[in-house]
Structures are given as C-alpha cells and as structure tokens.
Design a protein around this ligand. Structure first.
Ligand code: ADP
Length: 335
C-alpha cells in the first residue's frame, strides 16, 4: 500500500486534530497507510514517528491542540536538515507528506521539496487566517469565537464602571481576528496591523475619539481591540499611557493563548474535515507543492509559494461597516 506521512507544525490551531482525523480516515478509505511524525519537523529529523489508524483518531475532532504534537524547529531552515528529512522519508518508503500548519510550516515544506521528490501537500492550520488562497484557515473561526466571548465579558464589567478597556488579541501580521471579533462584539475601536501600516494611531487621536464617543452617547464603556505587536508595550503600556498622560482610567486584558484552546467551532471542524480529505485526494491526483483551500465554496489547490508571497486583504466592507455603522460617532455640530 502507498505510505503517506503527516505532521502538524508551528503554532497549534483548533481543528488540527479534526484535520488529522480526516487525513487518516480518507487515507484508509483509499487503502493508504499513514505515518505521523510527532513534534512537526523536529520529529521528521529525529525519526519520531508512529503509525496512525482510524482507532487512533476516534473522538479527537472535538479537541484543540494536536495529538501528534507540534513544535518550532529553527534548524529545519538549513539545507542539511532538508536533506536529512528527505533521507528519513525515503527510508520509510513514504511517497507523500501532508503538512498541517501556517506560512512558516509551508516555507519549510517548500524548502524540503528542493531535496525530496515525494509529493507535498499543505493544509492551512493557523488561527490568524493569514494564508492566501483560502477564505478561512482552520482555527480562525474558533479564535474569533473565543475573542468575542471574552469581549462580551469585558463589556459587562467595563459598562458597570464606565471604563475604557484595551483587549489584546492575536494576529501580529494580519488583523482578521481583530476585525471580526471587534465587529462581533460591537467594540468602539480597533488597532489592526493593516490599519497601523496606513495611518498609525496616536494616543492623542485615541483620546479624542474616546471623548467624542462619550459626548455623543453619554458616559459608558469603551472597548478597544488591539492586535498584538501593534503598540510598543502592548495593551498594558497603552492603558498606562492613557491613565498617566490623560487621567483616563483604563484596563488592559491580554487574551493570549486562550485563543487557541477549548472546543473548535462547528465551522472549524467541518472545514478541517473537508480540507483533510481533500489533501488526500490531491495526493491521489498526483498533485504536489500545493495547499488545499476553500475559496467561495469550492475546494481548491493553491501553489504553496502563493500562500505566503500573496496576501488576502481584510474585507473592505467589514472595515467600512465597523467604522461607520457599529461606531456611530456624529461629528460635533458647528452651529
Ligand atoms: P507557522 O507554521 O504556524 O507559521 P512557524 O513560522 O513557527 O509557524 O514555522 C514553523 C516551522 O516551519 C519552523 O519552526 C521551521 O521549522 C519551519 N520553517 C519556517 N520558515 C522556514 C523556512 N524559511 N525554511 C525552512 N523551514 C522553515
């Protein structure tokens, strides 16, 4: 039987287990054997592998994390590492490798393809949604749901105290989580990488906005969503600045890795199942060097290189709507 390898690499994402399960079930369906490498590329270099059968992946789709573990593996960037990985794969008679991960993991997959002639298929597993060629990555929906849930809870206490809150969410290179969770929770403001690049927000402008919201709506809460790494010192530093320089009581809240745990949403489980099966189908079709994706309801194969060299823009409509409709601030009348 044909033997395929699979690994999860880089930052873990809710739904990786569901994708792994789908890969194993589809492979068994088509008569293939599956070997999983534990701890991502680290396990590929260390020959840390286990066979996976349907029974091993029963009842894992409802859990986040990854049962075969993930890791970062800086030495994989070296040519010798890719050569060693190729040797290990060849020695195991593996003819195709499925990499479940983000853009870094796909760069690693591309690097490996320079030294290994087997098929390589990527499955988009990252909460950031920052991979070109798919409308959503596995884990994104769950991260947004968790951020929204936290923002709702913050709103309760912020409202009781008429307080400003800065909630820091993940997504240092892409504002998808920030934008969607801000919109879903009715946040008054968001600082996203894409917006900061165009026109960085100043503290003075932020204070002006907070005061304008208060003038229009009366006293109340003001909740801001801040993507990580978009302010020197993050939410803590910015809230200290507001307190110290503008005498404006403000509280920071860092969601951090909470955004990667708990039960994956139905959307993520279904997406992971579709893409996991599709990855195996792409192997059967003889494809290589591509990522499976879902674009406008269609399963697609995207060249791996495109996934990090091209960029999905933030939805212009959502940006406009968040700014204009869910943030109703009238200009002070001049008369
Ligand atoms: P993610 O896949 O979530 O984006 P990372 O950026 O940490 O996570 O990448 C995961 C792993 O992929 C790295 O630890 C490394 O082993 C491998 N990798 C990343 N970039 C490259 C590269 N340019 N060349 C080879 N391997 C890479």
């Amino acid at each position: 039987a044909q033997r395929i390898g699979v690994l999860t690499s880089g930052g873990d994402a809710p739904g990786m287990n569901a994708a792994l399960r789908a890969v194993v079930l589809a492979a068994e369906h088509y008569g293939m054997d599956v070997i999983a490498f534990r701890h991502g590329y680290e396990g590929l270099l260390n020959n840390e592998h286990i066979p996976l059968h349907a029974a091993d992946v029963a009842h894992v789709l409802q859990y986040s994390g990854t049962i075969i573990k993930s890791a970062r593996c800086p030495r994989f960037k070296e040519d010798d590492s890719a050569k060693l990985a190729a040797d290990n794969l060849n020695n195991l008679n593996i003819s195709a490798l499925i990499v479940i991960g983000g853009d870094g993991s796909f760069r690693g997959a591309h690097h490996l393809s320079n030294y290994w002639s087997g098929q390589i298929i990527g499955v988009p597993g990252t909460i950031d949604n920052d991979l070109f060629g798919t409308d959503a990555t596995i884990g994104y929906s769950t991260a947004v749901a968790i951020a929204m849930d936290a923002l709702d809870k913050i709103r309760d206490t912020a409202d009781a105290m008429d307080r400003v809150f800065i909630v820091e969410v993940m997504g240092r290179h892409a504002g998808f989580i920030g934008l969607k969770s801000a919109m879903a929770s009715g946040a008054e403001r968001m600082i996203l990488p894409e917006l900061q690049k165009d026109k960085p927000l100043t503290v003075a402008a932020l204070v002006k906005h907070i005061k304008r919201v208060e003038a229009v709506r009366g006293p109340g809460s003001y909740v801001m969503v801040l993507s990580e790494h978009q302010w020197p010192g993050g939410a803590v530093a910015l809230s200290e600045q507001l307190e110290a320089e503008y005498d404006m009581p403000c509280r920071p809240c860092l969601l951090g890795h909470i955004q990667r745990g708990g039960p994956p949403t139905a959307s993520d489980r279904v997406l992971a199942s579709e893409l996991g099966v599709h990855a195996v189908e792409l192997i059967l079709k003889g494809e290589t060097g591509v990522m499976t994706g879902l674009k406008a309801g269609q399963l697609v194969a995207v060249p791996l290189i495109d996934t990090w060299t091209k960029k999905n823009p933030l939805d212009e409509n959502l940006l406009r709507i968040q700014h204009e409709i869910f943030n109703p601030v009238k200009k002070p009348s001049r008369s």
